[in-house]
Design a protein around this ligand. Sequence first.
Ligand code: AQP
Length: 332
Amino acid sequence: QPRVLSGIQPTAGSFHLGNYLGAVRQWVALQESHDAFYMVVDLHAITVPQDPRELRSNTRLAAAQLLAAGLDPDRCTLFVQSHVPEHAQLAWIMNCLTGFGEASRMTQFKDKSAKQGADRASVGLFTYPILQVADILLYQANEVPVGEDQRQHIELTRDLAERFNGRFGETFTIPAPYILKETAKIYDLQDPSIKMSKSASTPKGLINLLDEPKTTAKKVKSAVTDTDTVIRYDAVNKPGVSNLLTIHSTLTGTPIAELEREYEGKMYGALKTDLAEIMVDFVTPFRERTQQYLDDSETLDSILAKGAEKARAVAAETLAQAYDRVGFLPAK
Ligand code: AQP
């Protein structure tokens, strides 16, 4: 079976709709056909300041949400990144293979550090994509299911894997991004020119899956559309309506062309009312399941412990090979 690897940060508490539609939904599907490794990336979370207690509870909360979304520990390996020390170890080697200029070209760092003020951004935030390279290569992943915003980091991963293989001999599988066109980028409900994001979106533009369902319905109903009245997919001229159609289509499995026919002659309000109901039907059981996993922290912790054990077996083998290739003296 081909292998997939992906991760999600435990920073915001609740996942947002962009995380779910852009990434987590694909993770659930891929566990059926792939040898799947999914992790809560707490090492990545500390690239920006974190309250230790919150980080710990958000890490459990992220794992609970992944299970609630449909990850099955019998079908995939679910673990916490910091439980597998090999991530940080391989990251060091990758740091030493990366050019400073190359790392400086990562647009996500530019965006995020600009927001914080360049002097206040940590070196960890700067090298975060390189840790991500190590995350992926440790598992010899063939594909990496992510949203569009991660494409550049997967490119970097491919470059560094090729560089390492060229310099030290075939060691790493070259991974490919797995990005579904339809849901590669879910947009902010209030400003459909930017991606829905925990740091850039306003509360009204961001759908948190753990929000009160009533709040979610309200946000959908007040989504920005346009002054036209036709319900039609046109990402360039009608980004707001197109975003709503994408969300509707993905959650209900109805092709967009069929939705366009269904809503012919109807007002935007009709689409919003229906979508609000669809969202409520989706988030209500999601919240309940998340709470159930949180309430049974013993089971949750044991799922994560087993996942870490499985992940470590794979990661340790890859790291040992990389250490050997680089020329580190074995510890006897
Ligand atoms: N709007 C989005 N559309 C599609 N996919 C998205 N992802 C995030 N936002 C969207 C994908 O979700 C996965 C997990 O993301 P993360 O843990 O890296 O979180 P993030 O990207 O930091 O989330 P945000 O909200 O985008 O955070 P900020 O605001 O800090 O940048 C990834 O696969 C990501 O592509």
